[in-house]
Unconditional design. Structure first.
Length: 492
């Protein structure tokens, strides 16, 4: 039986009376929403204090790494997380299925946070980031793919459902940095990392209790790897690990050049991934056209994330060194700035979901949403300019700027996740989602690269150039919307 026939049978088996028990959405969306909330609590809780842990002095509980290097590592790490979605998606589509990959990934994430909490110095940092990075990559693509299994291809609730799911991500993103930031200031970095481990443990328990309720398609392996290829794949994986270890040992990979290595690897991986998908003989002409339509949107997404993810590089440094964080005589931890964006997401995600639901087929197409996102993101960076040179930037300034970040995010990120599941060929369901995350990987790694050109003493050129480039990309995408929509072959 072919993979398409198998998937069709599963889709038919999953067809039940339309489930609207969770605010008009399938009930299982609530369970996936909760799992993702706890995973994001742990991830953003750790990432909110990660840069400070690296560049704070040893006497302040940090590792004393140079600031530029530390911010580059943060960007490279974030890019590596999203790069590892490729591995997680491949294992799901070829070996285990999305449901089991998500479960095992959650265990890896928890182990990584425990390592950061209990292992000292560079050892704990290295082991912890590797485990969290691989685990988060496996969980992200597969959680998104599992949400996609709850809806038929033509279900107009999809974008609204992904917006609700996205709100769960941001509730975790809000609470995580608040908890870990307070614990870090009060008791030290390792206690903050321990709280992230506890959060992931709660998410793992939540998922263990609800995983049996997922539809049959969640357990489906779309393109099973022949058992005769297991040994070959195992040898290739072993060789790759050995090469990486040797590269680190001989200092071909260092903390200073890691961000450039991740950028290069992601670009090559994206080219290879598009080539692999397009060359697959099972693709229909419509599926192939839709993959082509994803290419300019992939680039637009990468541009967006290179700006947005600077929340953990440039904006993190800005919050620590340029921002007046005093509130009624109390100084707010700098990591709490990371929670401003999730507050706005929680407020606005429902508004955007309701708006897309109300408009239905009349809502703007994905290229228009992406275009508007890039323009708004560019305006957010231009909004930094009036405060350049100010001794202490008012807290309300960063609140307004991060509001613009949020509007841009809601126009692109949940829409992009939904789009990836709609454009995905039958044999590449989870891997198409991973391809979207590859654009996030490229942008996130670039946020670390761009951070090296940020100069707190001369901010205007940095914010001006980045803001105008983003707006230019948005305008270009708007001009290309018609040919892109034609290639999308009926997908909004």
């Amino acid at each position: 039986m072919s993979s398409k026939d198998s998937q069709a049978d599963l889709d038919q088996a999953d067809q039940k009376p339309r489930d609207t028990s969770f605010f008009g959405q399938p009930k299982m969306l609530l369970n996936l929403f909760s799992v993702e909330l706890w995973e994001r609590f742990s991830f953003y809780g750790m990432q909110g204090i990660l840069a400070y842990y690296m560049y704070y002095t040893v006497t302040d509980g940090g590792l004393g790494i140079d600031k530029v290097t530390a911010l580059g590592i943060v960007g490279a790490y974030g890019g590596g997380v999203y790069l590892s979605t490729i591995l997680g998606a491949w294992v799901a589509d070829r070996l285990l299925g999305s449901e089991r990959v998500l479960f095992f990934s959650a265990i890896l994430i928890m182990a990584g946070h425990i390592s950061l909490a209990v292992l000292p110095g560079a050892v704990g940092l290295t082991v912890g980031l590797i485990l969290v990075g691989i685990g988060s990559g496996g969980l992200k693509a597969n959680a998104t793919a599992l949400v996609g299994t709850l809806y038929a291809k033509d279900d107009n609730r999809r974008d609204a459902g992904f917006s609700i799911f996205y709100m769960g991500i941001n509730i975790g993103g809000l609470v995580g940095p608040l908890v870990t930031g307070w614990l870090q200031v009060t008791w030290g970095f390792h206690v903050g990392f321990a709280a992230a481990a506890v959060g992931m443990a709660l998410g793992l328990i939540q998922y263990s209790l609800t995983r049996k309720n997922l539809p049959a398609s969640a357990h489906h392996i779309p393109n099973p790897l022949p058992k005769s290829d297991y040994l070959k794949v195992g040898i290739l994986a072993g060789v790759a690990v050995v090469l990486i270890v040797l590269a680190v040992a001989f200092k071909l990979i260092t903390a200073e050049n890691l961000k450039w290595i991740i950028v290069t690897v992601v670009i090559l991986a994206a080219i290879a991934y598009f080539a692999v998908i397009l060359s697959n003989k099972t693709l229909t002409s419509v599926e192939r056209s839709r993959v082509f339509s994803f290419m300019p949107l992939f680039l637009a997404s990468a541009v967006f994330w290179s700006l947005f993810q600077q929340q953990f590089t440039v904006v993190a440094l800005y919050a620590d060194t340029r921002l007046d964080r005093t509130v009624f005589g109390w100084e707010m931890p700098p990591s709490w700035v990371t929670s401003i964006n999730p507050v706005f997401i929680i407020i606005l995600a429902g508004v955007f979901a309701a708006l897309w639901t109300k408009w239905g087929a009349r809502q703007p197409g994905t290229p228009i949403k992406f275009s508007a996102s890039l323009v708004v993101m560019g305006l957010a960076y231009l909004a930094f300019i009036p405060f350049a040179g100010m001794a202490a930037v008012p807290l309300l300034a960063i609140v307004f700027i991060l509001l613009l970040f949020t509007v841009a995010e809601l126009l692109l990120s949940p829409v992009g996740l939904s789009l990836a599941t709609k454009l995905a060929p039958a044999a590449f369901q989870t891997q198409m989602v991973a391809l979207f995350f590859l654009s996030v990987s490229l942008g996130t790694a670039m946020s670390g690269v761009l951070a090296q050109w940020y100069d707190p003493a001369n901010e205007t050129p940095y914010f001006l150039v980045i803001g105008l480039v983003s707006i230019a990309f948005g305008v270009l995408l708007f001009l290309l919307q018609k040919p892109i929509k034609k290639l999308m072959s009926g997908v909004m």
